[in-house]
Every structure is written in C-alpha cells, then in structure tokens.
Ligand binder design. Sequence first.
Ligand SMILES: NC(=O)c1ccc[n+]([C@@H]2O[C@H](COP(=O)([O-])OP(=O)(O)OC[C@H]3O[C@@H](n4cnc5c(N)ncnc54)[C@H](OP(=O)(O)O)[C@@H]3O)[C@@H](O)[C@H]2O)c1
Length: 346
Amino acid sequence: MRAAVVTVPGQLPAYAEHPDPVREEGRTLVEVSAAAITPLDQLCASGTSYFGTPATPYVPGVQGVGVVRSSGTWPEGTRVWFATDAGMKPGDGSMAELCAVVDDDLVPLPDGVDAAQAAALGLSAVAAWMSLTARARLRPGERVLVLGGGGVVGQVALRAARLLGASRVVAAARSRGALERSRAAGADEVVPLAADDDVAGLAARFESALGGHADVVVDPLCGLPASAAGLVLGEGGRLVNLGSSAGPTATFDSATLRSRSASVLGYTNNALTKDQRRDALTAVLTHAADGALGGRARRSSPRRDPAGVGGPARRRGEGGAEAVAPAHPAGLASPGEGEGGHPAPR
Ligand SMILES: NC(=O)c1ccc[n+]([C@@H]2O[C@H](COP(=O)([O-])OP(=O)(O)OC[C@H]3O[C@@H](n4cnc5c(N)ncnc54)[C@H](OP(=O)(O)O)[C@@H]3O)[C@@H](O)[C@H]2O)c1
C-alpha cells in the first residue's frame, strides 16, 4: 500500500510503498478515507516525545476516518472514526491506504458527517467539548473566554460554548489567520495576543471584551495568556487547562482564586474510558453533521504533500485541522475537493 512513512524521526515523512497491515484477531481492517495531522502526531514523529523515539519505519497518524473492509466485530462497509497508538507504541497509524485497528478503538460515524470533517475534528473536538461539559460544567448564560481560538480546540470550543448556551463568547488569538478563524467560529469579540503583552494589560483587555468576568476559560495555551485569564475569573469561575502551546507554566493570583472561589482544572483525553470517548465523539460529530459544530477541513494529498508530519509547523487548516486523504481512487485528495460542497458551518 501507499503511506506517509517516517524513516528518520525529526525528518519529513515520504509518500512511499509500505507493507499492507495484517489483520490479527481482535483487529479491524479499515480503508482510510482521511486522517488529521495533530500536534501529537508531530510530537511523536519528531522523536522527542515522552513516549520515546518511535521504531522506524512507521506510518504516523493517531486517528483517522475510513470504511471497514474486514472485521470479526464490525459489518463490512461501516463508516468509522478510529484511534491508533502510532508513534506512542510500535505499529502503524492512519496516514495510509489501510490501517489495522483494535476493534474497540472504532466509533461508527453518525449519518451526514463528512469524512475529512470528522477526521479534522476528532480528538481535538472531544477535548474542547469535554472541557466545557464534563470539566467546566458550563451553564447557559455564562461568559466564556477561549484562549488559542484559532486552533482546532479553540474553534470547536467557541462553537460549542455557543451551542451550550453561553451568553458571551470571547476568543484570544495570535496570528491574523487565527484571529479570522476565531471570528468565523462565532466569537463575539476577539482579543489579539502579542509577544509584548503584559499580564495586567491583557487581563484588562479580556475583561473589557467579556463585559465583566469569565465564568469559564478554555485554555490550550498556558503561559502568559493563562496568567491573564486567571485574573478575570469570576465568582465560581473555572479555568480548564488542556495544553501548553504558549508556555509550560502560568501564574495564578491567590487572592483572586480564593476571593472568588475560582478553580484551575486540568483536562486530558487520556483519562477518558473508551466508552466516554465514543460518547463524546458521537456527540460532537452529530452536532457537526447538524452544522452546529466544526469547520472546514483543508485537504491535501500525501502524494503531492506528505510533509505535514514531523516537518516544520505547517498544519493550519481553514476552520479545522488539516486532513490528509490517501491518494487511492476513493480518496478525497483533489485540491480543494469538497470545500465548496461542504461549507463551513457556523
Ligand atoms: N489535553 C488534551 O486532551 C488535548 C487534546 C487535544 C489537544 N490538546 C492540546 O491543545 C493544544 C491545541 O491543540 P489544537 O489541536 O487546537 O492545536 P492547533 O490546531 O495547532 O492550534 C494551536 C493554536 O495555538 C496557537 N498558539 C500556538 N502557540 C501560541 C503562542 N505562543 N501564543 C498564542 N497562541 C499560540 C496557534 O496560533 P497560530 O494559529 O497563530 O499559530 C493555534 O491557533 C495543543 O497543545 C494540544 O496538544 C490537548
């Protein structure tokens, strides 16, 4: 089969021949339709992750979408989302024509959701959704601040907050593209982040954009933006940290936290059971199919462009993650294919 193959960690993968996976007992063979390039894929392929240097050659891709070709568990032809351990444990992942997946790592796709959109949303959308629902327990009428609003987590959090009844949704984002994606995802106001921000000044801009304090902060950034967001938490406010794109540490003011009984919480998808992951994924993909959640995946072909994993940071999608589709006849690999046919839902 053809696949994106990492031979040397830290170097660009090649679009190359790779042995077909063998379906062992307890696994399902999936014909891959689309796979997202996520920060976890890039971290693993870089060879610097806490999982260690992956054995090579290997096919990256910790999640994907496809159709069941053969299985002892799932009917042939079932459209599925799936997870793999590629890069974290020996074995191949989703960026190939075929993938052998542990049976209970498959989730049937709800009707009406596009393959590339489902791949782009995937676990990033699950993290945004669960941060707002299970962790922050967002209530209708609350004010939400989403840091990193232009990322996949951020865009889904903005849309989900609206869907869950937030009264005001404010984003903070860095680049021009991220600012635009935040607006397209429905932010009432977008606060630009700059390299020379100071904590107090940024907190004042957050408060002004929110029109008061934040009830919930979704924080995939940590660093200085999280320090500033901590200062605007209101009475009973909850800040949920789920990443550290802007820095590994943030500072929280004791007087603010205790005077407002505010909470700083952590979130990781890794703590979900497979049942919880399936339920959350089904929820977000059903909302995506309804047009309430999820944006548009930028599609690229590994034949033309196999370098998104492990290479220089180049993975921004328009309103979603970048989805790679294998260049087999059933793939979604034409330039721009489907973008017109699947407009970004608001
Ligand atoms: N805990 C979990 O279970 C979980 C699950 C999924 C993701 N995550 C984490 O959440 C984070 C976001 O994931 P994602 O999929 O949304 O990634 P993504 O699509 O690559 O988005 C990252 C966003 O962060 C912004 N950003 C990066 N560095 C920044 C900085 N120094 N200051 C301000 N903004 C910065 C980027 O802005 P530009 O567009 O301007 O570059 C981009 O919009 C990652 O750290 C990821 O590992 C955690």
